[in-house]
Every structure is written in C-alpha cells, then in structure tokens.
Design a protein around this ligand. Sequence first.
Ligand SMILES: [Zn+2]
Length: 244
Amino acid sequence: MRIIILPKKKILCCLYLLGILLTVPLFFSFFLRITSVGGTLKKTTILIDPGHGGIDGGTQDHHGYLEKDINLSIGLKLRDHLRQSGVNVVMTREDDRELATYQPGVGGRHRRDLNTRIEQAKKAKALFLVSIHCDWSTDPKRRGMVAFYYYRNQAGKDLAFAIQEELNKIQPNPQKAAPGKYFILEQPGVTGVIVEAGFLSHPEEAALLRQEEYQNKIAFHIARGVLRVLPNRLADQAPEVSSD
Ligand SMILES: [Zn+2]
C-alpha cells in the first residue's frame, strides 16, 4: 500500500474544493425551490376571516368594545402584511357587515353566516383559511392567544403550531395550539385555523387588544406563521419545479 503524504496546504485546498463541490448542488436545489415557491406565492390565496360582523358583535370587554371590531382590525392588518410578502389575500369581510345572507332551506342566522364564510373559502380556492376571533371566560384571570385546528387536518395542525410559536413570542404565558370543535374547520376542502387573539374578559388583555399597535403585532406574527408553513405546503401541492 502506498501512502501519499500531501502537504498541509494541498489538503486544505482539496477540502476546500470538495466543500464547493458538495455545496453547489445544494445551493441549486434550494434556489430552484425558492424560485418555484416565489412563482406560486402570487397564485396562492389565503382567506382571512374576521369573525362576526354587522348585527353579530361577538363577545365584548367590560367597556363594551366589541369583538367584531377587534377581529376586523387585526384581519385588515394581517391582509396588509401578507400582501406585502406577495401572497394573494381574500377577505370574508373588509368592513362591519354580517355574512348571513338568506339561503333557502338554511335556517338560523349563525349557520347561514358560517355557510357564507365556508363558501367564500371554497370559491377563493384558498390554501388556508385564517379566522380571527377573541375569547371570553367566566374566569377573569384567563388570558392568552391560542391557535385552534381540526385534529384530522394535518396541514391545518402544522399551520396552527407555526402561528402559535410566533404568537408565543409576544405573550407573557406561552400557550399550546389546540384541537378545537369549529364547524368551519371541519368542512371538506377547507384547511385552516381559528386564532383566538386573547380574552376580552381579562381586563389587561382586553386593554391591549384595543390598541392598534398590539393588533398590528398580532397580525405580524400570524403572518410570519403563515409564511413559515407556506413553502412546505406549496411543495406538497406542486412538486414539479417551475420558474414562472
Ligand atoms: Zn368570536
């Protein structure tokens, strides 16, 4: 066996070249994936659904501030953040209105309202639905933002976990994303989350939720959560690489 002893300089040079050879394909696959995702991002629709509206105020805090207004404000800010990142956004409502239009055979205002939101999600062919709500509890100490998902929808669960992780960066007590029983999330063809942005029954949290700056923080972090899972979701849906 011949042992070739290379000078130290040559070994370093070889290692350097080897490093480049190994990195180039990695870089290219990463680049192609980013190009592909960037191209599809514009064609990706996220449906933002500010809960309640119009005659339906949702819950309220001790000063009479209504959930529907906070939901809308966060929703509009979320829309702007996502649009700035190149995502196509559709809103179920952009002003103070209820969505319970008359539907033959569908009784109950609440059910009609939910049906309209579900129809909008399907019509928009939304990749994700992000519904914004605020919570209320008889326990005045209860606070915190939680992202809910439908336990049988893995993509929805991934989205909820990503959003939760982001929201935990701006709340004092970290929460866990949780499975929830929400009619809107259980619909076939709908993948989404319900973000409960805090408890209006908690005086301190309610005061925060009334502030534009805090609403914007929430919107920013929800957007970050959405953007984190988007590349994976798009890669799952469209495995072929295109550069349009
Ligand atoms: Zn609500």
